[in-house]
Design a protein around this ligand. Structure first.
Ligand SMILES: Nc1ncnc2c1ncn2[C@@H]1O[C@H](COP(=O)(O)OP(=O)(O)OP(=O)(O)O)[C@@H](O)[C@H]1O
Length: 272
């Protein structure tokens, strides 16, 4: 086939673009695969043959009692902890166990910890600017002028996180909720494929919790999001699918109603 004709064919959906080596392949709709993952600390199994699959673009909530393994699971996905056994893939082909933490972040898996860690002395805008430039690996260019495209991107993220009116305000004087949204915005500047979000609404007011629910719902589809949260009312307000962890394994998965009515879930939450 001559080249121009081939190029024209590429514009049709039915001709699947071949995935280059190292490129994310979500053609099977799954973006994260964890299979038979085990992690031991001094003989204690924090994760025990855990298998979990996250769809591309979905918003998944992860719940479970204290010590169930939620944090360890996040640590495995981000490369902080390497499992003793099992496999962890990003899309069809990218083996996360062969990558270190910075490489995994660079590939598009970002994590937001519970405590906000914004730069308090910088403005909201400058925090977003810094997040973008740091992502480009361009520390020497940190003080270079922003081009229009970058400025537009920051404005877009400001709108998404609802902080446009606070753009020039110093981050240190934002409310707790606003700091959390700014930090989500800082992740968004890096255009993540997967966002791991740890207890986003801890310490928030009811209004802030509602706003956070709206924000996370608005991000699904464009990003795949895994939220670890203890606030069940909040989980109910955002979750399509909930995964319940217990003793390092998946106990059950389903809608919030399904898992809340599951006798095994009631048992692990209430004890015997
Ligand atoms: N570095 C470590 N060394 C020893 N044990 C650990 C370590 N990290 C986690 N654990 C243990 O592994 C188990 C799972 O811990 P993990 O923090 O993953 O649970 P969690 O579901 O996140 O709990 P929480 O809801 O309380 O944050 C716990 O029993 C914990 O004590």
């Amino acid at each position: 086939m001559n080249k121009p004709l081939m190029d024209r064919y590429k514009t049709f959906d039915f001709v699947r673009k071949p995935v280059k080596p190292g490129e994310l392949d979500v053609s099977h709709k799954t973006i994260l695969y964890l299979e038979d993952v085990s992690v031991s600390f001094d003989g204690f199994k924090a994760l025990n043959n855990l298998s979990l699959y996250i769809d591309n673009g979905e918003l998944r909530c992860l719940i479970g009692p204290n010590g169930a393994g939620k944090t360890t699971l996040m640590d495995v996905i981000t490369g902080k902890t390497k499992p003793d056994s099992g496999s962890v893939f990003f899309g069809q082909t990218i083996d996360l166990l062969e990558m270190d933490e910075p490489a995994i972040a660079q590939a598009g898996i970002c994590r937001k910890f519970q405590k906000p860690s914004v730069f308090e002395n910088l403005s909201v805008f400058e925090n977003l600017e810094l997040a973008m430039k740091a992502d480009k690996g361009a520390w020497p260019a940190l003080f270079a002028r922003l081009n229009g495209e970058h400025r537009d991107r920051i404005e877009e993220v400001l709108t998404t996180i609802g902080l446009t009116e606070h753009s020039a305000q110093q981050a240190g004087i934002l409310s707790h909720g606003q700091k959390q949204w700014l930090e989500i915005g800082m992740l968004l500047m890096q255009e993540p494929k997967v966002m791991l979000v740890d207890e986003p609404v801890a310490g928030m007011t009811h209004q802030e919790i509602d706003r956070t629910a709206e924000l996370l719902l608005s991000l699904q589809g464009k990003h795949s999001i895994v939220v670890v949260e203890h606030d069940m009312e909040f989980v109910r307000s955002i979750a399509r699918k909930v995964t319940v962890l217990h003793e390092g394994s998946v106990l059950t998965e389903g809608t919030m109603d399904e898992v809340q009515n599951d006798p095994r879930v009631i048992q692990v939450y209430l004890g015997d």
